[in-house]
Design a binder for this molecule. Structure first.
Ligand code: HEM
Length: 135
């Protein structure tokens, strides 16, 4: 399998875009859940869910890209421990993002609330309505 010498500019852009978006999602998540019911609250929920869904899609894009072109870690200047930490932190981070996005998606979808992607396209509900998940 070919292995890339370093990260491409597209992957670098994806990395920073996702990093900033995930920090924004954390902040928006905590802010929106503590807001009083209002148009702004539901609009924030809508944006949170849309952007969160985009993160889920981009996660798969990055996984696919890693499978096709695994970036090499330049190991000559770092210790074996550092190298090992880099190696395990990537799958751990991917797993955390997968859990965050999937749990949000399942909670919303199974509760009967679909995702209206940036108010442009209503995604169909994929899961059967399940009241138990709401508790
Ligand atoms: C990396 C992506 C995501 C991050 C970091 C994130 C983060 C958060 C945080 C921090 C909260 C507040 C939790 C609380 O205080 O109870 C929250 C709430 C919520 N998130 Fe996300 N989220 C993500 C993706 C998603 C996705 C993909 C969806 C749905 C499609 C979603 C739907 C929700 C909903 C509906 C709530 C409100 C829960 C409630 O009202 O109790 N999230 N999210």
């Amino acid at each position: 399998m070919p292995s890339a010498k370093s990260y491409t500019s597209t992957l670098k852009f994806l990395h920073w875009f996702m990093a900033i978006a995930i920090i924004g999602l954390f902040i928006a998540g905590y802010v929106m859940t503590s807001m009083a019911p209002s148009e702004l609250k539901w609009a924030t929920y809508g944006m949170h869910k849309s952007l969160g869904f985009v993160m889920l899609v981009l996660l798969f894009v990055r996984l696919l890209s890693r499978m096709l072109r695994s970036p090499k870690i330049k190991s000559h200047s770092i210790s074996a421990v550092h190298h090992f930490l880099i190696k395990i932190s990537v799958p751990v981070l991917y797993l955390v993002i997968l859990c965050m996005t999937l749990s949000g998606f399942v909670m919303s979808d199974a509760g009967g609330y679909g995702i209206n992607l940036f108010s442009l396209y209503e995604l169909p509900l994929l899961l059967p309505h399940c009241i138990i998940i709401l508790f």
